[in-house]
Design a protein around this ligand. Structure first.
Ligand SMILES: NC(=O)c1ccc[n+]([C@@H]2O[C@H](COP(=O)([O-])OP(=O)(O)OC[C@H]3O[C@@H](n4cnc5c(N)ncnc54)[C@H](OP(=O)(O)O)[C@@H]3O)[C@@H](O)[C@H]2O)c1
Length: 317
């Protein structure tokens, strides 16, 4: 019996299908009520039982109600997958305060509210797995995504603390998943204050790989699971050579994540869902090879420029 938040799109949608296909009961939570109802039908067609419970995870009362409804209906909760998130693209100074707050309220506090609601249930049952989907943006940073990066870094620390405090409950586990760039509609859903269309930084991994990690975490809980080797390497670069990383990340993101397609600024799905744009993936992997051809020269050029700047600065009095 698994609760999945963010079940109306991307990784959450595919996770719901996957749990249902192996006969699990799934409770689906997100804001898009009609989409959730359709996905619940698809889950039942795949062999599972499903209940759609429209929920705004940034509202603590709504998350408590979701938990109560699940326990009243099914008697227990074996696992809870926290997948709901929103994000925004824009320089910090161009990002409206309420947008920053709502990204954090959804992406961090949505998971905090879930932990507060479900951990007492896990303790009383003597078992349960909480899967928090963070991101490799919780181990590295990038311009234009300040609220999302703040939320994802905080979520990793929050999950660590929960694990430490749950050492007295050996049947209860907390697992953090850290994916790199995944082919889902999240890039289309993002609020935009840069005025250019955004896309994931390649290489983009399919949502199936993240969902496989989520299922693995539920069946065999582990502390952390990283999905996506290339972005994992970038996280190591962020840690080992932070000054060089800071110099390179701006040209790489400007060249590879911002497209030369102007778009009006908009709030994306930060405050309200856009069910028409939900889906399991968004076709980003088809463009990957062209983007890798862009990103490599940009990174190489940036590294050469950074090395030259460092050499020059050493020669100046
Ligand atoms: N795609 C990537 O590159 C990537 C990389 C690393 C980590 N992740 C993480 O993976 C998880 C899933 O993201 P995704 O890529 O599948 O994105 P997605 O396709 O945009 O799905 C996001 C989900 O969150 C739900 N949601 C948004 N605001 C909500 C709210 N206030 N209350 C309840 N549900 C809300 C959305 O549904 P409604 O709009 O219907 O509410 C949707 O179901 C997120 O935690 C994301 O940060 C994604």
């Amino acid at each position: 019996m698994v609760v999945v938040t963010g079940a109306s799109s991307g990784i959450g949608w595919l996770a719901a299908h996957t749990f249902a296909a192996r006969g699990d009961t799934v409770v689906l939570a997100a804001r898009s009520a009609q989409t959730l109802g359709e996905i619940a039908v698809e889950c039942e067609q795949r062999g599972g039982r499903a209940l759609a419970v429209p929920t705004d995870v940034s509202d603590e009362g709504a998350v408590q109600a979701l938990t109560r409804r699940t326990v009243e209906t099914f008697g227990r909760i074996d696992a809870w997958v926290n997948g709901a998130a929103v994000w925004s693209y824009g320089r910090f100074e161009d990002t409206p305060g309420p947008v920053f707050r709502q990204v954090v309220d959804t992406t961090l506090f949505g998971q905090v509210h879930a932990a507060r609601a479900v951990l007492p249930q896990f303790r009383s049952q003597g078992h349960g797995v909480l899967v928090n989907i963070s991101s490799l943006y919780g181990r590295l940073s990038s311009p234009y995504v300040a609220p999302y990066v703040a939320a994802k870094w905080a979520l990793i620390g929050f999950s660590d603390v929960l694990r430490q405090e749950l050492r007295d409950a050996p049947g209860v586990a907390v697992c953090t998943i850290l994916p790199g760039a995944v082919d889902t509609p999240i890039y289309r859903h993002a609020a935009n204050y840069v005025g250019r269309q955004v896309r994931p930084l390649p290489p983009v991994i399919p949502p199936e790989r993240v969902v496989a990690a989520v299922v693995r975490a539920v069946d065999h809980p582990r502390r952390e699971i990283v999905v996506g080797r290339a972005h994992h390497l970038a996280a190591w670069a962020h840690r080992l050579v932070p000054l060089l990383y800071d110099r390179l990340v701006v040209p790489v993101v400007n060249g590879a994540a911002l497209r030369d397609v102007p778009v009006p600024v908009h709030d994306g799905t930060v405050f309200a869902p856009d069910p028409a744009s939900n889906g399991v993936d968004d076709g980003w992997r088809r463009h990957d090879h062209r983007l890798v051809a862009t990103i490599l020269p940009t990174a190489a050029g940036g590294a050469a420029a950074a090395a030259a700047a460092v050499a020059l600065s050493r020669r100046l009095p």
